[in-house]
Design a protein around this ligand. Structure first.
Ligand SMILES: *Cc1c(COP(=O)(O)O)cnc(C)c1O
Length: 235
């Protein structure tokens, strides 16, 4: 008996229910199963349970883990990316959700050209303005889009990503998710771009995110349980 089947089915049912409440097709919502801190054996069980797409937040951990996992797995980077890891990131990941500066964008573009890969990217936006969060200020996105449209050929921009401030009440996340959707709609109109993807929602708030238009929910704890706390030495 695969222990991951019940939580996976539970998460799928919650995704479908949230989509139903919003009049959306559940097939338009992609589950990114977040396996950070978990080993390749967990990924193998997750694949057996039916999961196909996995999210990692650290390049170094992913570089170790991914080669030990079945090659049928698809991988997205969801965590902050330092420019000095861009070379690895464009080889390991099909999509990078956390592009948050022109310097990182330029480095990824050069790295993808050199590697001959064509990763999708999403721009991470700090819609809440919380100082501890990564992400572009909303007003910094249009100039970055101008630059992106003029310079990138290897990278494909597909949408926006955000993280809501930590809050036990998911309803408090709703205005931040709505704001990301509104920003996406405004940018699509202004730049004539299709930006289909909204990566928003985690274990604590994914249902609200789906009601507000999320296409990618990044879920770890609800699938794999509480993560082991990493000691400083293991980072
Ligand atoms: C860890 C992480 C998640 C998943 O968080 P859970 O609360 O365990 O579902 C989602 N997004 C990002 C960027 C993360 O780092």
């Amino acid at each position: 008996m695969n222990d991951l089947i019940p939580p996976y089915e539970n998460v799928l049912a919650r995704i479908a229910a949230a989509a139903g409440r919003a009049g959306r097709d559940p097939a338009d919502i992609t589950l990114v199963a977040v396996t950070k801190t978990h080993g390749p054996e967990v990924v193998r069980d997750a694949i057996d349970a039916g999961m196909t797409l996995f999210g990692e937040n650290k390049v170094q951990e992913a570089a170790w883990k991914i080669p030990l996992c079945p090659s049928s797995a698809h991988w997205h980077l969801i965590g902050h990316l330092q420019t000095n890891k861009a070379r690895h990131a464009v080889r390991l990941f099909e999509a990078i959700h956390s592009v948050d500066s022109q310097r990182l964008l330029d480095t990824l573009e050069a790295a993808a050209r050199q590697a001959g890969t064509r990763p999708e990217i999403l721009l991470e936006v700090n819609v809440s303005g919380e100082p501890s969060k990564y992400g572009l200020a909303p007003e910094a996105v249009p100039p970055l889009l101008d630059h992106l449209l003029a310079t990138t050929t290897a990278l494909t921009l597909t949408g926006l990503m955000t993280m809501a401030p930590f809050d036990p009440d998911p309803e408090h996340a709703r205005p931040h998710f709505a704001r990301l959707r509104e920003l996406r709609d405004a940018l699509s109109a202004r730049f004539g771009l299709s930006l289909p993807n909204l990566s928003m929602g985690m274990t604590g708030d994914f249902e609200v995110a789906i009601e507000e238009g999320a296409t990618h929910v990044r879920i770890g704890t609800a699938l794999f349980g509480t993560r082991p706390k990493l000691t400083l030495a293991a980072r």
